[in-house]
Design a protein around this ligand. Structure first.
Ligand code: ADP
Ligand code: ADP
Length: 236
């Protein structure tokens, strides 16, 4: 049985009531098996982020269904769906609070112990980065604290996702706003925490998803190609 199945999914954004609907996902179907590393590629605006948001149920589909282990996610409690899925997006919003809080210590979303926060930080290879900060895990970030760089924010965001020990990880353009050295560091951390999990990586460049088991090429909300990296290069 597939772990994730998109079954003829369609979705439109509607800016205002009575305004025209803009169809972004159009009769999209595909499956992902447990442990598979799948990449979704395609130029900007084709619906890649929307697809991730539908899986995380930030929005509900208009038509079709998304199944998780055979269960329609529309019939699942939001917390139980999101417990299974960790998401790291391009520009993670952090709270104006401490690093520990942002990862999950005392935070309403997660409420982990400090030991758990330190443990995931070690697993996400960010513990050394945190203890090098002025106050370690107590370092405040945001307006009243230190300003984290894009890569540093991604490290916190990755640890935050790993804390749930999710079976599925979604990386939505997680490295696309980083310089190439930081990008390779973050790709390394992503690779590390992806082990043993199903992984859905969204990218606009094929080169960042070299090691995917399966690549889905999206165009105007539909699937136009599917294969391995080598298959796709042959097509081009
Ligand atoms: P991609 O991730 O491939 O760049 P997106 O899924 O972000 O594409 O966007 C697909 C289309 O939906 C784009 O035309 C975009 O402008 C539009 N869109 C994205 N988010 C919203 C939103 N919240 N409301 C209205 N339109 C949106
Ligand atoms: P991402 O998180 O992938 O960067 P966004 O949702 O922030 O994507 O934006 C993707 C595109 O959708 C952008 O072009 C943005 O201008 C457009 N967009 C985002 N939110 C809305 C919205 N509420 N209404 C209309 N367009 C939107």
């Amino acid at each position: 049985q597939a772990q994730i199945e998109f079954k003829n999914v369609s979705f439109s954004y509607q800016k205002k009531k009575n305004a025209a609907k803009i169809q972004v996902i159009n009769d999209l179907s595909f499956t992902i098996n447990p442990g598979e590393r799948v990449a979704i590629v395609g130029p900007s605006g084709v619906g890649k982020s929307t697809l991730a948001r539908l899986l995380y149920r930030l929005y509900d589909v208009d038509q079709g269904a998304i199944l998780l282990n055979g269960i329609n996610i529309a019939n699942m409690k939001q917390e139980s769906l999101r417990r299974h899925i960790g998401i790291v997006s391009q520009d993670p919003a952090l709270f104006n609070n401490t690093i520990a809080y942002n990862i999950g210590y005392g935070c309403a979303d997660h409420n982990a112990t400090l030991e758990q926060v330190i443990d995931v930080s070690k697993r996400a290879s960010i513990h050394n980065f945190i203890i090098a900060q002025p106050l370690g895990y107590g370092t405040p970030v945001g307006e009243r604290g230190v300003r984290l760089s894009g890569g540093e924010k991604q490290r916190v965001s990755i640890a935050r996702a790993v804390l749930k020990d999710p079976k599925i990880m979604i990386f939505d353009e997680a490295t696309s706003s980083l310089d190439s050295i930081t990008e390779s560091e973050i790709l390394f951390a992503m690779n590390d925490i992806s082990r043993g999990r199903t992984c859905l990586t969204i990218a606009h460049r094929l080169s960042t998803v070299m090691d995917a088991d399966k690549i889905l090429v999206l165009k105007k909300g539909t699937l136009v190609e599917m294969g391995t990296h080598d298959d796709l290069l042959k097509v081009e």
